[in-house]
Design a protein. Sequence first.
Length: 348
Amino acid sequence: MKSKYFVIIAVTLTLSATFQNCKKKTSNNPVPPTDTLYTLTPDTLIYPPHFPLPTLPADNLPFKELIQLGRMLYYDTLLSNDGRACAGCHIQANGFTSRTLYKNVMPVLPHENLAWYTNFMWDGSKTGTLEEVMLFEVSEFFATDLAKMNASAKYKPLFKKYYRTDTITHKLIAYSLAQYLRSVITKGSKYDMYFRGQTTLTGDEYMGYQIFFTETGDCFHCHTNPVMTDNMMHNTGLDSLYANDADKGYYNVTGNPNDLGKFRTPNLRNVAMRNYYMHDGRFTTLEQVIDFYDHGMHKVNNLDPIMALPYKANGLHLSTTQKNQLIAFLKTLTDSTFITDPAFAKPD
Ligand code: HEC
Ligand code: HEC
């Protein structure tokens, strides 16, 4: 990236030198010194050592100033036309989700570790880079008014300084938001500390960990380490009939009957902080979720092969102790430093 900017600066210097030479012949007008061009500070985001390196798009590598700009935009109601800000639904103190259902029908998906995602939304209806999803959020979901943005005394100079442009576009807003969201990483839960050998689990947490990561519970095939989602679409047998269109999931995207009832695996980080579970928020406690995996599954014909493995085809049939141990483990995924981290909070 440095080299890309170096090239841009080098080209700018050459061009302005040439320009200056031409000008000298005709007038003595002063040419602004090129060193007033602002140089962005590359951000060497420290990715957790036990995480794979996320793919960074070559045209939006992390810069400190752009992450801050994205953070300002994330908290700003100016982006919407009705007083909403991204942070109004994706609330840091709640693990970047809400305590209420969206339109009474759907839990707000959390914003954590999205740098590792390529499939977005409950039904997988958005795919690609974080930049592409942000463009949808800005240009369609919020339909951000560019006239308002371009009239903003707050943002106009910042986009000018950082992107060297006189025109704020949906794309630039989306790119800045993606910068910020890519920096929103939860990596400090008890589970992470355990993973890095920095703490020990209690007896129950450890037994729950064993259930999760072995065929006893068999959760890890979809809620994979370390992001706790494989980011793929699965039918887990939650429904046998799809009474509501929203229950049809990925089918609504592809129109393929084999995709009926498939949903993108949610990540389980900070899961104990959520108070609605599944794509329609049908469960309100982790106990209810575990009971579903234990004995609530429907044997639909496109049931995920992992759910239909012989040893669990009739449910997990865990003991009460095992269920509690599994929940104790899920609670170790809560990252209290993340939800209070000033780096992600509303900027001053
Ligand atoms: C009114 C509440 C609300 C606001 C405001 C809001 N969102 Fe969301 N967001 C949701 C809901 C609900 C979902 C789940 C939607 C779905 O799956 O169809 C979601 C999902 C997402 C996702 C997908 C996460 C995943 O796990 O796949 C991203 C990314 C996102 N929102 C970004 C934003 C951004 C950026 C803004 C501001 C421009 C924003 N949201 C504003 C409610 C909101
Ligand atoms: C075949 C893949 C698969 C397996 C195996 C699996 N899950 Fe899931 N899990 C999913 C999908 C997909 C959803 C979302 C389903 C929906 O919303 O309709 C989900 C949802 C959840 C949720 C709700 C999260 C939220 O934010 O709403 C929890 C908690 C959960 N699973 C825990 C577990 C546990 C514990 C196990 C092991 C006992 C497990 N899962 C096994 C795919 C899987």
